[in-house]
Design a protein around this ligand. Structure first.
Ligand SMILES: Cc1cc2nc3c(=O)[nH]c(=O)nc-3n(C[C@H](O)[C@H](O)[C@H](O)COP(=O)(O)O)c2cc1C
Length: 305
């Protein structure tokens, strides 16, 4: 049986499958449930300074074949309330990564310090939500901003800092390089792709917010291209995200350069049992190809024959 454990920015994960931010991570019980179901680690939903209700419904549209369109509006209970959920997940033994979003470098640094104090193993910076005014992509689309934010957070916390990069840009590798320059221990890519659906009878967008973000199988090729380019641009580890639903999808990301991967929409579509299946499928595929350890496959598709 191939060894699926991976080292990521000083952490050792039992397998590469992390629960992605925003899906299933609302409570300590759901986070620990993902860990019990076989995830290698769990990422909290993105937490901000103050509670946010998110946008009114409808916030999600489901496309059976290719994924989800969502504009949740970063609903979250705020940093004063959420740490008790992290505590529940930690007590269950899960390595918890704390995801935060903020409007500027100083707010990111304050939030990161608060979440670091909860015992999380790393902090992921949401620099990439495509549909929240004043946050996400709006503060994470310019390399200078990404570098400044990461630098401010790195100065504040002693934990590995993971910068989550947007695909809604012409140069995701440039953003990743800026994150590395700022001291990030790893970069994760991608967040959702800016997208829209129209209800022709109502003559208005389907989602209350109008624009949303697309996730799921449709975005896998985009995520793979971003990871591929980022892997060639940085020397810190890359975490691949976007449309992973099978062990084979995960191995594509690993061969493109990812050291670990995050799973979002597949949890919504297939249930939390997806982690057990992903582990099984990836392990069988590595055996079939002839890898003893997953880490041997990282970036394998870049090797020129
Ligand atoms: C309903 C929903 C909520 C999300 N919320 C967050 C969030 O709070 N923070 C974040 O960084 N990403 C968030 N994401 C993006 C996911 O973490 C992930 O980057 C994206 O969905 C692509 O992966 P997937 O195709 O496996 O879903 C959200 C995605 C969805 C579908």
């Amino acid at each position: 049986m191939a060894d699926l454990s991976v080292r990521l920015a000083g952490l050792v994960l039992r397998n590469p499958f992390l629960l992605a931010s925003g899906i299933w991570g609302e409570s300590g019980d759901s986070l620990s449930g993902a860990w019990s179901a076989g995830a290698g680690g769990v990422i909290t939903k993105s937490i901000g300074t103050a509670p946010r209700p998110g946008y009114p419904n409808p916030t999600v549209e489901t496309y059976e074949r290719w994924g989800l369109l969502n504009a949740m509006g970063l609903p979250n209970p705020g940093i004063d309330e959420y740490p008790r959920e992290i505590e529940v997940a930690r007590r269950a033994g899960a390595p918890v990564v704390g995801s935060v979003f903020a409007g500027d470098a100083a707010e990111f640094a304050r939030l990161a310090r608060r979440i670091a104090a909860t015992g999380v193993v790393a902090v992921e910076l949401n620099l990439s939500c495509p549909h929240a005014e004043g946050f996400g992509t709006e503060v994470g689309s310019e390399p200078e901003d990404v570098e400044r934010i990461v630098r401010a957070v790195v100065a504040e916390v002693r934990l590995p800092v993971i910068a989550k990069i947007t695909p809604n840009t012409s140069d995701p590798a440039g953003l990743a390089a800026a994150a590395e320059q700022g001291g990030a221990a790893a970069v994760s890519a991608i967040n959702t792709l800016r997208a829209l659906a129209i209800d022709v009878h109502l003559r208005r967008p389907v989602l209350s917010h109008g624009l949303g973000g697309l996730s799921g199988p449709a975005i896998k090729p985009v995520g793979l291209a971003c990871v591929w380019q980022i892997f060639e641009a940085v020397s810190i580890p890359v975490v691949g995200i976007g449309g992973i639903r099978t062990g084979r999808d995960a191995l594509e990301y690993v061969m493109a350069g990812a050291r670990a991967v995050e799973i979002g929409t597949a949890v919504a579509f297939d249930g939390i049992g997806v982690f057990e299946r992903l582990n099984r499928e990836l392990s069988a595929l590595l055996d079939e190809i002839g890898y003893a350890r997953l880490e041997e496959a990282v970036g394998a598709a870049h090797t020129k024959l």
